[in-house]
Design a protein around this ligand. Sequence first.
Ligand code: RIB
Ligand code: CA
Length: 313
Amino acid sequence: MTRRKIIIDTDPGQDDAVAILLALASPEELDVLGITCVAGNVPLALTAKNARMICELAGHTDVPVFAGCDRPLGRDLVTAEHVHGKTGLDGPDLPEPKMSLQDQHAVDFIIETLRQQTTGTVTLCPLGPLTNIATAFERAPDIVDKVQEIVLMGGAYFEVGNITPTAEFNIYVDPQAADIVFKSGAPIVVMPLDVTHKALVTTPRNEAFRALSTPVGIAVAQMTDFFERFDKQKYGSAGAPLHDPCVTAYLLRPELFSGRQINVEIETQSELTLGMTVADWWGVTDRPKNALFIGEIDADGFFALLTERMARL
Ligand code: RIB
Ligand code: CA
């Protein structure tokens, strides 16, 4: 099986952490060329620190970690400490990272990597606001056609918003960046709240992580113990939604997911609906069908994959 080359663009975030761990636990299928950090759940200094802590937890200090954009295009940063805690990775007590950040800016790494690698062989996996990706596309338009696929977590339609009544956090933080990416012409697979809210870490599922009795299994259980309280309180849900790991799981076992190729556009003007992903699910327009919008998941299959792979680290 050809290993899929990926760049994970991320704002850790407990769910980002699990997505990164799943990728690092799957070296037969995934070649993580680098992890690029962006401001989102918490400011950039913390997302860049958290990403390195996760690599060290996984025993993968070989993966280069880059710091990217510290604020959205054209608006102030909105963060989510109310969900992820002030460190962005509240829950486990992980040691300060020893591995260094790369000197190169994340955007330059994305551009350089796409220019150097064979066209159509690098997948971008954004797990946070799309600021780094959009900045790279704006600075080097030639790289868009070199992207194999963008598989991102973001947006919502039938599930509506989690940071405003109409917008999901990643898109809301940087709507201009999302607009650039969704209009870029690159093939896009979207993991919206419509599907991630069906990937809930119920108590038995979290106990399966803890029962691994490994530093990774225990840390994942502690992360979701912390992360779930926001969603349980807000939605009354049966556990934390594992948003970002849906991206990694899709790369490993796409058959766990299903969706529809539709047009998705981003609201960038209205204060009332800023950051909304306007999904033409019923094809009532003739707008280009620019995204595979995922709505369904085999949740038991997802958690079986996740638990099996966490056991490897
Ligand atoms: O709305 C959920 C998304 O926002 C996830 O990626 C989470 O990590 C936060 O970035
Ligand atoms: Ca994230």
